[in-house]
Design a protein around this ligand. Structure first.
Ligand SMILES: NC(=O)c1ccc[n+]([C@@H]2O[C@H](COP(=O)([O-])OP(=O)(O)OC[C@H]3O[C@@H](n4cnc5c(N)ncnc54)[C@H](OP(=O)(O)O)[C@@H]3O)[C@@H](O)[C@H]2O)c1
Ligand SMILES: *[C@@H]1O[C@H](CO)[C@@H](O)[C@H](O)[C@H]1NC(C)=O
Ligand SMILES: *[C@@H]1O[C@H](CO)[C@@H](O)[C@H](O)[C@H]1NC(C)=O
Ligand SMILES: *[C@@H]1O[C@H](CO)[C@@H](O)[C@H](O)[C@H]1NC(C)=O
Length: 375
């Protein structure tokens, strides 16, 4: 009987010893708040737990006590002042503890939320629409640039592309490089007769299937120069294509788009957010009053021409950056309402549109100067 009791007690002690030496995981990520750390047990405990790697939040009654403790402990240990008899002091220490322990959890939580959001977006956006090969897409300005690239891309993807070109040569070239399914027509978006004719053509092409995609791509940056060098007519000629032309085409095609429950893609530009001068053609193309030209100086004229050439080669570099986004807008089951193409737009131009104007103006001057002297 005594042996039996001794064995039981022995077993109990063994089990207790075994259980109690199992340490909590991730101790170095845990916070411990200790009151009365100026001296005695509290002081010793704070130093001990700090040495173990715990994140110690040590409350002292006096500033001297806190100071002394900080001297003999690691940077991880933080101190505050606390008189436990004062409710205000306790409340202040509580707030302090909250900011100490809360932040980490909050950042983790935020990061997890952002991660989940990105994952969900990625998953949704890669779901493709059905029956793409039966869908019609009408694209304006297919002679060159984005429109041309997009027409070829969607054609290769199997969509039925209706490509509008400004010139017969453009249309001919495009037909040579694409399948028989792609059809072309001529369209000058500034002429309402031309738009009406293209509308009739689209109507006969799509029949009762309707238009799945209307891509308003046609646009021009020409003429471009410092505003002082331009006339009202110069502005009107650009607005006629890029704004009124787009609206006219949209109004004409909308009934077909509605029928197919389709999508409209408008080509915008970072220049709509930041109006530094960009775009195409050397200014030598148009006349300039000699006295105004002089006030800018020959050097400016040269710099400006160089920058224009530079931005032309630069913007033409990778058309797919843009056309892949448009393709997504037309083929994904969950398209975005707005796309920005390229890291320069995402990380520089769009954020810059929220910076103070004087910063952007200054950066633009630097950019003008640098491109003029390097290219
Ligand atoms: N390139 C960039 O970095 C950039 C940046 C932001 C936005 N965008 C926009 O993207 C779109 C395409 O630009 P892109 O760089 O591809 O320029 P692009 O190569 O000049 O293409 C524009 C197309 O529109 C056609 N077009 C011009 N006037 C027209 C009219 N009145 N009616 C019908 N078509 C007309 C042009 O025909 P022709 O070639 O026969 O003249 C050309 O095929 C434009 O809306 C532009 O504003 C471009
Ligand atoms: C310890 O930390 C690791 C990594 O941060 C985590 O995966 C694990 O779940 C944590 N364990 C406990 C008990 O919190
Ligand atoms: C795809 O086409 C098939 C056969 O024509 C049709 O039954 C189906 O409803 C179509 N799906 C969609 C989403 O239009
Ligand atoms: C495109 O522009 C037209 C005409 O201004 C407008 O009605 C339409 O809402 C725009 N679509 C998008 C997707 O921005």
């Amino acid at each position: 009987m005594w042996l039996y009791v001794a064995a039981l007690v022995g077993l109990y002690l063994l089990q207790r010893w075994y259980r109690e030496r199992q340490m909590v995981e991730n101790l170095t990520e845990k916070y411990a708040f200790i009151t009365g750390c100026d001296s005695g047990f509290g002081n010793q405990l704070a130093r001990q737990l700090d040495a173990q790697g715990l994140r110690v939040l040590a409350a002292c009654l006096t500033p001297e006590g806190a100071e002394q403790l900080e001297k003999v402990t690691s940077d991880q240990l933080k101190t505050t002042l606390l008189d436990v008899t004062s409710t205000e002091s306790v409340a202040a220490a509580t707030e302090w503890v909250k900011t100490c322990v809360g932040n980490k959890a909050m950042w983790l939580y935020l990061a997890a939320l952002v991660g989940l959001y990105l994952l969900r977006r990625w998953y949704r956006e890669r779901q493709m629409g059905e029956n793409l090969t039966e869908k019609y897409a009408f694209i304006t300005g297919c002679d060159t640039g984005f429109g041309n690239q997009l027409a070829r891309q969607l054609d290769a993807r199997g969509l039925r592309v209706l490509a509008a070109c400004l010139t017969p040569e453009g249309a001919e070239q495009l037909e040579k490089r694409t399948s028989d399914r792609l059809k072309t027509t001529l369209l000058d978006v500034t002429s309402t007769e031309s738009v009406a004719a293209a509308t009739e053509w689209v109507k006969t092409c799509v029949g009762n299937k309707g238009l799945w995609g209307l891509i308003n791509n046609a646009g021009t940056a020409n003429p471009t120069a410092p505003n002082e060098w331009l006339t009202k007519k110069d502005f009107v000629s650009v607005l006629d294509v890029n704004l009124l032309g787009l609206i006219d085409v949209t109004l004409h095609m909308l009934p077909f788009v509605r029928k197919a429950k389709g999508r409209v893609v408008n080509m915008s530009s970072v220049l709509g957010r930041l109006s530094f001068i960009g775009g195409g053609y050397p200014i030598s193309k148009y006349g300039l009053a000699p006295d105004i030209q002089e006030s800018y100086g020959q050097k400016f004229l040269k710099m400006y021409c160089k920058m224009m050439q530079h931005s032309k080669t630069y913007s033409g570099k990778n058309l797919r950056l843009v056309t892949d986004r448009i393709e997504h807008a037309l083929t994904s089951r969950h398209p975005r309402a707005r796309y920005s193409a390229g890291w320069d737009a995402k990380l520089l131009f769009l954020p810059a549109s929220y910076w103070p104007s004087w910063v952007v103006d200054w950066l633009f001057l630097v950019f003008l100067y640098v491109t003029a002297h390097t290219s």
